[in-house]
Design a protein. Structure first.
Length: 308
């Protein structure tokens, strides 16, 4: 048979023919990606500006005199002043500002301690201890999330009034130490369920009981969930207005949210400048607290390292 001789492929001419087209297509692809990136950047900047505008307005408005509120709709004050901060530092109703801050910090810190202590214990019981009607009790606890707080206000108030606990912080804190915050119990239960039971069994073989297992095995592993619960508990307690308004009557015991009400009296002239200044100062601890602990929120969701 006669061998068919084929001419070798001219790769040089092929590269010459396809090279410019490939370069053009790659350039168009990079241009499209750059345009998409720019569009997303603009969208994110606009959304960030919209979200941060109320905070910026609040901060700038702290330098507005009370007379400009309602007359100067613009962002920049016509006659900037720091008198609002001077009034705020002096306090109101004979109570200095630092006292309101101290009251809020005390309530928030005690609420965090009580919530973490009681919720972690209750979550461990639901997740690791097998007892009769555990499913019923757990469902009942979850069901309390559907119960509005306003439904139990009157019965609770009557109980605390008969116990002579009105105008104290006990009604605000006792529930925190009794694991009544079903959201945090549920959060920690779900976290504990992600921990392999082999760790508990190994601790039991070594002679550890439930208390030792909880302290030595479970607590170190659920630290992200505890920190997440602490963050939300602190923020919710710091911003709580209705509870202190119901149970605290003395101005020297007011936390910051209730103290804000003193600057807006319906029977007299409201000091809007001082109100805005106090509102901004009340936000500062929350912002600092969140900035410091925000990375733990991610750790509370990411549970890698708990398996295996």
């Amino acid at each position: 048979m006669t061998a068919v001789m084929r001419e070798p492929l001219d790769t040089t001419s092929l590269r010459t023919a396809t090279g410019p087209n490939l370069n053009i297509e790659r350039g168009n692809h990079r241009l499209r990606r750059r345009i998409v990136r720019i569009i997303w950047g603009v969208v994110l900047v606009v959304l960030t500006a919209i979200i941060l505008y109320p905070l910026v307005w609040l901060f700038v408005s702290t330098f507005k005199p009370s007379s400009e509120f309602g007359q100067n709709p613009g962002l920049i004050p016509n006659n900037p002043t720091i008198d609002n901060y001077i009034k705020v530092v002096d306090g109101i109703a004979g109570v200095p500002l630092w006292r309101f801050f101290a009251n809020s910090i005390f309530i928030a810190v005690m609420a965090v301690i009580g919530t973490l202590f009681s919720s972690a214990l209750a979550a461990y019981a639901f997740a690791r201890i097998r007892f009769k009607f555990v499913g019923v009790f757990f469902a009942a606890m979850i069901g309390t999330l559907l119960l509005p707080f306003h439904v139990i206000i009157i019965p609770q108030y009557i109980i605390f009034q008969r116990l002579d606990l009105i105008d104290t912080y006990v009604p605000l804190l006792i529930g925190k130490f009794l694991a009544t915050e079903a959201f945090f119990v549920f959060l920690i239960v779900q976290f504990i369920r992600g921990i392999p039971r082999e760790m508990d069994e190994a601790a039991r073989i070594d002679g550890a009981g439930h208390a030792r297992t909880f302290v030595s095995i479970i607590l170190p592993l659920i630290k992200p969930a505890l920190i997440t619960s602490a963050i939300f508990s602190f923020i919710w307690t710091w911003n709580d207005f209705l509870g202190p308004l119901l149970y605290v009557n003395s101005p020297e015991k007011y936390p910051l949210p209730v103290a804000l009400r003193l600057y807006n009296d319906t029977t007299s002239t409201s000091d809007y400048g001082a109100t805005v200044a106090v509102s901004f100062l009340a936000l500062v601890p929350i912002l600092l607290f969140f900035i410091v602990f925000q990375r733990f929120l991610v750790d509370g969701v990411a549970t890698q390292g708990l398996k295996g």
